[in-house]
Design a protein around this ligand. Sequence first.
Ligand code: 6CS
Length: 311
Amino acid sequence: DTWRYAFEEALDEVQGKYAQKFKEEVEANSDHEVQLFPYGTLGESVDTMEQAQAGILQFVDQSPGFTGALIPEAQVFFVPYLLPQDGEQLNEFFRTSKAINEMFPKLYADQGLELLTMFPEGEVCMTTQEPVKTPEDLNEVKFRVMTNPLLVESYKAFGATPTPLPWGEVYGAMQTGIIQGQENPGFYLESTKMYEVTEVITCIGHNNFTTAVMANKDFYDGLSDQDKKVVENASDAAFEYILEYQSGLQEKSLENIAAAKPDMQINILSEEERQPFKDKAASVEATFIEMTGDSGKEILEQFKADLEAVK
Ligand code: 6CS
C-alpha cells in the first residue's frame, strides 16, 4: 500500500530532505510505499493539516508557526530568545526534551495526531527593505509572520505591524509593497529568493525555526507493532540525518545570497545591538502564559528545565 506524506517546503529544502530520508527508510524496511507531496501540491499548511486530520494523508509536516490555533501550547516555540544559539545544545535539546518527547505528543493526540518528531530548521533572520539596527527601525514596518498569535505578539513587542499570511502570498505581497518585511531561516531565504524582493537581512538571534512531523492517529494506532517500529525507526534516522544535513547550512546560505546579490546588506547584530530587542520581547513570555493557561505554563517550565539540562 501507499502512505501519503505532505510537507510545507520543496523536495530540496529541509523538510523535503527529511521526508525523502523517511521515505527511503520506510521503503527499505517494509513493503509500504511513501508518496511525497511537496509544498503547493495540496494547498497551504492549513489545508494539509486538515487532510491529515481527516485521514486523507497519513503523514504531515506542519511547523508550530501554523499550529497555534489548533494547539496553542505549540506557540512556546515563538517565545523570543528561548532556544539556544549553540547548534550542539539545540540539537541535544530536541533529542532529549521531555516537553517535546513526552508532553507535546499528548496535546497532538487530542487533535487526532501522532507526533513523530520535532526538529530545528535554522536560525530565523528578518528580510526588510531598510536596515534594522534597533527596534525603532521596525516602527511602521508591515511585517509578515506565520499565522500564529504569539508570533504576532512578538513582532508587536519589537514595534512592527505584524501581518499574518500563508506562505503562498509572501513573495507577491513583498513585491507589491503590501508588506515590507518577513522572517525565515537562511536556507529558505536563499531557496525562495526572498533577496530578490528585499534589500537587507538582519539576524538578531531571537529564534530557530522549528517544525513537527506527525501521522494521522487512527492510521498510526491501526498499524501492527512491526509497522509502528518501522515508522519510529525511520523518524529517528531522518531526525539524525537532518541535523547532520544542516551543519553549516545557515552560513553557507547567507554566503550564497551574498554571491547572488552582492549589494544585499547582511547584518548579524552584536550582543549589544540585540539587547534592546531582548528587552522589548521580554513581555512575550507572559503573553504566552495568558494565552495558554496552566497547560502552557507547565510546558514552558519543562521546556526551560530541558534547556537547562543540555547547557
Ligand atoms: O514562512 C513560512 O511560511 C515557511 N517557512 C519555512 C522555513 N518553511 C515552511 C513555511 O511555510
